[in-house]
Ligand binder design. Sequence first.
Ligand SMILES: C[S@@+](CC[C@H](N)C(=O)[O-])C[C@H]1O[C@@H](n2cnc3c(N)ncnc32)[C@H](O)[C@@H]1O
Length: 290
Amino acid sequence: MALTATKFFLDEDRQLTAEDEEEFFRSLKVRNTNSKQTRLGRLDALNDAAIALIQIKKWGAFNALDIGISSGVTTIEFNERLKAAGLFPSMTATDLSFTAFLVDAAPECRVLVDASGDILQFDLLGQAIRPWRRRLDFLNGMLFVKAGLHKLYADKAKRMRADCGDTARQIRLLNPRLAAARDITILEDDILKPNASFHGKFQFVRAANILNREYFDRETITGALLNLGSYLCGPGAMLLVGRTNDSRGHDASFYELDERGARFNEINRIGRGSELDDLIRSLTIQARQQ
Ligand SMILES: C[S@@+](CC[C@H](N)C(=O)[O-])C[C@H]1O[C@@H](n2cnc3c(N)ncnc32)[C@H](O)[C@@H]1O
């Protein structure tokens, strides 16, 4: 069973294993994605391929941007592997939001609510209960318990969060190891909106398991890719776009900006390559200075 958010974030005596972290984030479903989870070692194959390409580039210190990081465990792993390979990354990690609130909806029930107002977890007398339905719920009766919890506490918790009173404590939905990492900059950022402070800053940008046609339409993806292109620092800078199927593996492509810094050339692919390959190669990137 997953830990409660109270135990996970607020209990200073907690001894969390990497498996506890994984189980906890897997239990949180957020809007727009399947879950807040991103599995330990999930992107290892992509990390190895990225390191091989960066080594060829012989970059000394370089700036890397990892977008849509979720709980951030794959960012920590990427950063550690880069450093273990003798490279010198300066890593920035972003997601739309890391903000959530622990709301004391009643003495017996604390509710974890995210910035969009969605319920992520009920903590009923210290037991973590997922607010979303699982197949098992139909067999073991949890369906009725969850319906009851929603009825009794969900709207109340959302109102209390919106009021931001003393009963709502703000937390950051981040892997504690990432939150403690001093060499990684963590920022909330919407990839659909240009961020001027990122323009021309990065040698390497990774968009793993975020840009795909299930989440976004073509126009939206095009805007996001143009933003990412403008964050690259010029010719030779790299973009990784990929999608992971946890049973089948990765379909991902590495691109580099051409000598004018305007077009993406694919320089390596894993599996079938990015499903956005045609689109990515058709783009013209506008160089933007900070
Ligand atoms: C499936 S997770 C990917 C986590 C990790 N990159 C990996 O590959 O395991 C997708 C993440 O994209 C984030 N996301 C969705 N829309 C976004 C947006 N417009 N801007 C930034 N992040 C966004 C979600 O919050 C979620 O954490």
